[in-house]
Ligand binder design. Sequence first.
Ligand code: APR
Ligand code: PHB
Length: 394
Amino acid sequence: MNTQVAIIGAGPSGLLLGQLLHHQGIDNVIVERQSGEYVLSRIRAGVLEQGMVDLLHEAGVHQRMEKEGLPHDGFELAFDNRRVRVALDELTGGSRVMVYGQTEVTRDLMTAREAAGATTIYAAGNVQPHALESDRPYITFEKDGETVRLNCDYIAGCDGYHGVSRQSIPNDRIKEFEKVYPFGWLGVLSDTPPVSDELIYARHERGFSLCSMRSATRSRYYLQVALDEKVEDWSDERFWEELKRRLPEDVAHKLVTGPSIEKSIAPLRSFVAEPMQYGRLFLVGDAAHIVPPTGAKGLNLAASDVNTLYRLMVKVYQEGRTDLIERYSPTCLKRIWKAERFSWWMTSMLHTFSEQEDFNSRLQLAELDYVTSSKAGLATIAENYVGLPYEPLE
Ligand code: APR
Ligand code: PHB
């Protein structure tokens, strides 16, 4: 089998890259370890920056998002039993975000890819990239008991944090930066109306909580929990009770509860691998970096990597500009580290830390009071939340 760009992983990174390349006539094949249904069963983030919305338009995968997605002009920070609104549009000169679940983005991309007739191989076993430093790289994988070889010009490693792409780079050619937080998020999805029209990020002495949504009838809530907590120990009733205790009273009072349709715990981590390119392999999205979800940046960072690689590949195939390949990693990393900083900062300001002293707790409150009472403070939150500009390749 031959293609121009072999893509490992059919998450949002791989599917979006594939669709954009396809539109430019650049042939690509996606090889995914899981089944399509499995990929769609993962409940992930739900806030899209304008840059990602624009990319979905460019990929021609925007119709359902424009119809069903919820544009948000602001969100709230809650602390000290009060709420402060971050007016995204006013503070940024008109930018906003789109609330539309990653699962839906993935579904739309899968449908578009199928309609375009592009090849995706699901349930591929033992996917391995080879000859990355040569100009004839290839990947091998097992399908229906046979080993298949896929020859290509370039490989996009879109296979997430646990994927094989990053692991196939020799240890002395990659450096990893990591920060693990001493807590996780317990998430619940429920078919109940959202407690508020906008997202609420709430700091409380009992721990952080977040009120988010997927639609006018489906809510997504999160609670900060200790790393040793088990989902089985969290009945729906216990979850709702704890959430109410952590929200400002007026919000808690309005909360509509109901049976959960999904419940899971995810640890929080900051992680970056540098560089994001090794020979003809490019790392994209979660394969190269992880952010804690507090700034809603994970999916959006994946989209900005895709934007960079897509524009690079267009230059390579349409203008023969192979000299730009070395620009991929520094271009991506510039924006990634700023999103890492924002995500770390939001996490630090809003969560309780087990070793927390009263002193730190007072500092958090002073910081929240300061940033929310200063126009400059609010603007810094807003411009990061809607997404910093995409970095040009040259
Ligand atoms: N071979 C083939 N596919 C693999 C392999 C492998 N060895 N390892 C992992 N994969 C697949 C996974 O099954 C998954 O479908 O790669 C895909 C990676 O998808 P994601 O983990 O969703 O990563 P990505 O596409 O970069 O999406 C961006 O940012 O913060 C997050 O929530 C956000 O998941 C989203 C991510
Ligand atoms: C979500 O809706 O899942 C969500 C929203 C905002 C975040 C994180 C997760 O910061």
